[in-house]
Design a protein around this ligand. Structure first.
Ligand code: SF4
Length: 439
């Protein structure tokens, strides 16, 4: 009989990809996935350290599994991901019922760690950073499970050290995967039925820039665009400073490249951008946006914005509001700043009250909600091409798919349409998705 594992994943798409790899690795040693910790022989958390007090939350979350372990001492409990990378072996000291800890460069060692606990009840951790060559050999390739869309990791790590961000410390330095390997993987995914790929990297558009023998990110997009059978191509997450003219031109030239880009601006104030170590000014950013809109008038942008960065004054915040009005983002992920220990920004002094920050956050949200609603309402009664991804959770007979802008559309149709692009008329616009009907 198969042993069972239960896995919870937190955080970004990188963790989603790592979790897919974890599933493959555990199936390779005889485990099958289950949907509740109570049914499992092995419980794993794949953690994220981007949010405030992430470590404390992981420790709290692990506490939920203690009563199960008290009843069944043979249960194996493990932690992976960014918090595991940050905390390392000390997690084993702090939590006596924890069995294993594996970091962001050591997902491949999970089977060995699990088998070590199974065989000898020997607790273990693997959180060392690996060298470039080893990492290049370990880029995650995962099995396809009826997917129409897939994430494909093209680079990992980040060299930017934005002052508020912990990623370079927990994911390591930037390394780009060989382009030939990426193209081969995507060709194989397409042969297995995948129709859309999203190229993934912490700073995806810096791809190849640290390696003279590698092609540029724009050239990589051109090669992937030429793959027969692939319908759509996306990428995330881009850094504004790495939006080259060559890359911007791709949005006007490559028919498979979706007309959407997530381009985190973080602030509209040059003073704050400098304190954040972002490497561009608001004018640089707006110039790139104008060029994107010029080469591809239908393009829609989404972004990330931090409110309440240390020392952000009303004038800085006003500059952010002005930028948001000018760009007119289709959507924005807005965050209230909170310090991460180990980052440069955590050392900055801050004279703004939390009430001021909260009020600014709400003003920004109200502005962005209005702009977002106007953008999506403009699609009402339009007929848009939708790539059908699968059955919708909205009810029987309902399919869901996405537009080029990554907007979810639910509509009535048969499962035979899965994997095809069909014209759908938008009949109702909601906050996060639309209702459509086939035409
Ligand atoms: S670009 Fe900046 S925000 Fe993004 S992962 Fe790198 S350091 Fe973090």
């Amino acid at each position: 009989m198969n042993k069972a594992f239960y896995l919870e994943t937190f955080g970004c798409q990188m963790n989603v990809v790592d979790s897919e790899r974890i599933v493959d690795l555990l199936e390779g040693i005889g485990y099958a996935q289950v949907d509740a910790a109570e049914k499992a022989d092995l419980v794993l958390l794949n953690t994220c350290s981007v949010r405030d007090k992430a470590e404390r939350k992981v420790y709290g979350h692990l506490g939920r599994f203690k009563p199960i372990k008290d009843q069944r001492p043979e249960l194996i409990i493990g932690v992976g991901g960014c918090v595991a990378q940050q905390e390392g072996e000390k997690m084993l000291e702090k939590i006596p019922y924890l069995d294993l800890v594996f970091g962001t460069h050591n997902v491949h060692r999970l089977p060995e760690l699990v088998q070590q606990v199974e065989a000898k009840r020997q607790r273990g951790s693997a959180t060392e950073f690996l060298d470039r060559e080893t990492r290049l050999n370990l880029f995650p390739q995962r099995s396809v499970r009826d997917n129409i869309t897939r994430f494909v990791t093209v680079m990992q790590g980040c060299d930017n050290f934005c002052s508020y961000c912990i990623v370079p410390q927990v994911r390591g330095r930037e390394v780009s995967r060989p382009s030939a390997e990426i193209v081969t993987e995507i060709e194989s995914l397409v042969a297995q039925g995948v129709r859309e790929v999203t190229l993934l990297g912490q700073n995806v558009n810096s791809y190849g820039s640290k390696d003279e023998s590698e092609i540029s990110f724009a050239q990589l997009l051109r090669r992937i665009n030429a793959i027969e059978g692939l319908e759509r191509l996306r990428f995330a997450t881009s850094h504004p400073k790495d939006m080259t003219d060559e890359l911007i031109d791709c949005f006007g030239e490559l028919e498979k490249l979706c007309k959407h880009i997530h381009l985190p601006v973080q602030s509209g104030s040059d003073r704050i951008l400098k304190l954040m170590n972002r490497g561009y000014s608001s004018a640089d950013y707006l110039r790139k946006v104008a060029r994107l809109q010029q080469v591809c008038p239908e393009i829609r942008l989404t972004t990330d914005i931090i409110v309440g960065f240390p020392g952000e004054a009303e004038a800085d915040f006003q500059a952010t509001l002005e930028l948001v009005k000018q760009v007119r983002y289709a959507d924005a992920f807005t965050f209230l700043y909170s310090p991460r220990s180990g980052t440069a920004a955590a050392e900055l002094s801050d004279d703004q009250s939390s009430m001021q920050k909260q009020q600014r956050f709400e003003r920004l949200l109200a502005l962005q909600n209005r702009i977002g609603e106007e953008t999506w309402q403009a699609d009402l009664h339009k007929v848009l091409p939708v790539l059908v991804e699968g059955e919708s959770k909205q009810g029987e007979g309902q399919m869901f798919g996405r537009t080029t802008w990554n907007r979810i559309i639910n509509f009535t149709a048969g499962t035979d349409l899965i994997g095809t692009i069909v014209p759908v008329k938008i009949i109702k616009v909601f906050r996060n998705s639309n209702l459509g009907e086939r035409v």
